[in-house]
Design a protein around this ligand. Structure first.
Ligand code: 4NP
Length: 145
């Protein structure tokens, strides 16, 4: 799960998908394409909306997406077009590129919609992001199971 800061959207995506695949032996992680928040906890507003939905994401710390992630993961879900491009720039070959998917295409195939960046907005944005990611992760989890 990849966004820009790895403090708002992708930590929620990681926590939500993990909560749906709790009994499965599947590696789920998140990262950011930017360096601004490396080592930080998720944004307090992401922690709060996750908590409200019974998910604890306070074990997470922000890290930067690295090229080795292409080797360690089968699918790389990105939150928006900007981060899609940022991850694709790091791809070494066509196999790397083929792993990258916009997460909302799980819900709205081929529409290439963004999960909006909630960082500069209010709490409603985080609730909205949670609901979008919850719907996407429901579909992703069912595909995996
Ligand atoms: P995220 O949100 O990419 O969903 O973690 C952001 C967090 C921080 C910043 C931008 C977006 N920032 O510019 O610091």
């Amino acid at each position: 799960m990849v966004c820009l800061g790895n403090i708002c959207r992708s930590p929620l995506a990681e926590g939500i998908l993990k909560s749906k695949l709790i009994t499965k032996d599947i590696q789920i992680d998140s990262a950011g394409t930017g360096s601004y928040h490396i080592g930080e906890l998720p944004d307090p507003r992401s922690i709060a909306v996750a908590n409200k939905n019974g998910i604890n994401i306070t074990n997470q710390r922000a890290r930067k997406f690295v090229v080795e992630d292409f080797d360690n993961f089968d699918i790389i879900y990105v939150m928006d077009a900007y981060n899609y491009d940022a991850v694709l720039k790091l791809a070494r070959n066509e196999a790397d590129k083929a792993k990258v998917e916009l997460i909302l295409n799980a819900v709205f195939p081929n529409e290439n919609l963004d999960v909006p960046d909630p960082y500069s907005g209010g709490d409603y944005g985080f609730k909205n992001v949670f609901n979008m990611l919850n719907e996407a992760c429901d579909i992703i989890a069912k595909k995996i199971i």
